[in-house]
Design a protein. Structure first.
Length: 255
């Protein structure tokens, strides 16, 4: 049986994928992974810490239509597994732990909150089944319920009939700030037939160009240069950042 800890580091994403497939094709490994997949749960013991991410990458390749939740004991292990999965060609989602504020009136880090919202938004997408890397503590943290989170998400895309004024009204009602030029999450700006918005859960701001009341073009753009970076067919805009319209539930209910 192939020893995963003896496999040399990959030098490129192509060679990484090749090594994962080579390991997964080993008859003994294929049999163990097959039993695990068929049962839906199980245990793979005796894996060295240095090989855990590699084995997880092989398991992810064995179940491409399902998402892996990689639960780590602490932040140090979480960061290591995240980095090593990227080495093996995956694009895992890193879920940061909820902040523990020292005082009741302390202000939380907006970037941590945004990253948590971003991961939650990807969990409902069948188009993105990359693994989620999280700590054991995060499983019991309170988050918006799955169904209500989806209801609070507005999907926009090219060809959608949604007047620019109606969209601006929805954004303002949801708490987005109208500004001349956006420079952070939770803001939107209108210039003629163009609406820029930086959704709370998104990694990049969006630029919607209108033809009449129809969205003619949808692109992500760079916040600093304000220039478009790539075209996207559709995107989500979260309209309930704090989950005020939803009941909070433990994160484990999303599994």
């Amino acid at each position: 049986m192939t020893d995963p800890s003896a496999i040399p580091p990959a030098r490129s994403l192509d060679s990484a994928a090749s090594l994962v497939e080579q390991f997964r094709a080993d008859p003994a490994i294929a049999a163990r992974l097959g039993k695990l997949v068929d049962a839906g749960n199980g245990h793979l013991g005796g894996i060295a810490a240095s090989a855990q991410a590699f084995v997880a990458a092989a398991l992810a390749a064995a179940v491409p239509a399902r998402r892996l939740w990689l639960v780590c004991r602490d932040l140090r292990q979480q960061e290591r597994v995240q980095a090593e999965l990227e080495t093996w060609g995956l694009r895992p989602h890193f879920l940061p732990e909820e902040e523990v504020l020292p005082m009741a009136d302390a202000i939380s880090d907006p970037e941590i909150a945004a990253e948590r919202l971003h991961v939650l938004s990807t969990l409902g997408s069948a188009a993105d089944l990359q693994p989620v890397v999280l700590s054991a503590r995060s499983l019991d943290e309170q988050v918006p319920g799955k169904s209500s989170f989806r209801r609070a998400t507005l999907q926009v895309g090219e060809g959608l009939d949604l007047a620019i004024g109606d969209l601006a009204e929805k954004l303002a009602h949801a708490g987005y700030d109208a500004v001349p030029q956006i420079h952070g999450r939770g803001q939107y700006a209108i210039r003629g037939g163009i609406l820029d918005v930086f959704p709370w859960q998104a990694g990049q701001p969006l630029r919607l160009e209108y033809f009449g009341d129809m969205i003619d073009s949808l692109r992500e753009f760079d916040l600093h240069s304000q220039t478009s970076t790539r075209r996207v067919p559709k995107a989500d805009i979260l309209l309930d950042r704090q989950g005020k319209s939803s009941r909070s539930e433990p994160l484990r209910t999303w599994l």
